[in-house]
Design a protein around this ligand. Sequence first.
Ligand SMILES: NC(=O)c1ccc[n+]([C@@H]2O[C@H](COP(=O)([O-])OP(=O)(O)OC[C@H]3O[C@@H](n4cnc5c(N)ncnc54)[C@H](O)[C@@H]3O)[C@@H](O)[C@H]2O)c1
Length: 284
Amino acid sequence: MNNITIVGAGTMGHSLAQVFAQGGYQIFLNDTSQGILIRAKSLIEANLETLAEAGLFDSKDNSTVVEERITYTTDLAAAVASSGLVIEAIVENPDAKKELFSKLDRLSPPETILASNTSYLDIYEFVETKRPEKVIITHWFAPPHIIPLVEIVPGPHTSPETVGIVKKILDDLGKQTIVLKKFLPGFIANRLQAALSLEVYHLLDNGYATPEDIDRATKASFGLRIPVLGLVKRVDFAGLDLVQHILRNKSYVPPKVKGRSDAIASMVSQGRLGVKTGKVFYDY
Ligand SMILES: NC(=O)c1ccc[n+]([C@@H]2O[C@H](COP(=O)([O-])OP(=O)(O)OC[C@H]3O[C@@H](n4cnc5c(N)ncnc54)[C@H](O)[C@@H]3O)[C@@H](O)[C@H]2O)c1
């Protein structure tokens, strides 16, 4: 497989194109407007510079070679005509993904594997193609050119051969791959993050602690252990007899999923939307 197509050149798509180009593939990067593609090109150039500054990429010899492997196009038919793998990283909307997969099924060669980078959607429920055995989820993490994990999530009709091909491509790129047994919303990593976030919002919403103290508690305690042990090995170290006592302790009640957080709503109403607005829980 020489040619790979990325559809959607936003936060994820531009970096996915870069990762595969760095791995030696010829890439077609597709989006709906030239402006977005021009921006994607400059983001890739900047990413490569940052990697070079960190000593992770030899820019002198390789930048031009990597950049020349990427063809930027708004023409979806041309983008997928010769690719063995297409990964979509378009908007997280079921109707948009459904429509795109039906186009990809029509426009790409029948043997092409069609992958989605969806974060939470069960695409297997709504995507219709004539090749369900070649449809698969590969869930990357931002920014894909830095974060190693890719969760591979086969659907009920995805063939073991498709899983094997995709896993080998990603492993050969140096990514850390996990194959889930079946779909569940949020896969592994986002579910764990979501569970932690529920507690963060609970602590903030009820005034138990300041943002600074929550972050200090995280960074000065279990945050240090996680990269070394993970979360399951930690249980081995804690001791399962102790864990059983903790499990039986009914005084701990996890927060309910409310679908909102007062702390987040208050920030949003003040226009404090994230680092991009300068002031949020912290000032930037
Ligand atoms: N941002 C993240 O941290 C992250 C992490 C993992 C997975 N994802 C998933 O990746 C996907 C993309 O997320 P993102 O954050 O890169 O979004 P984004 O909004 O930054 O980029 C999406 C891009 O897709 C383009 N697009 C929309 N419809 C299109 C179409 N029909 N054909 C071609 N291009 C189209 C848009 O113009 C835009 O440039 C989503 O499914 C998201 O859930 C995002």
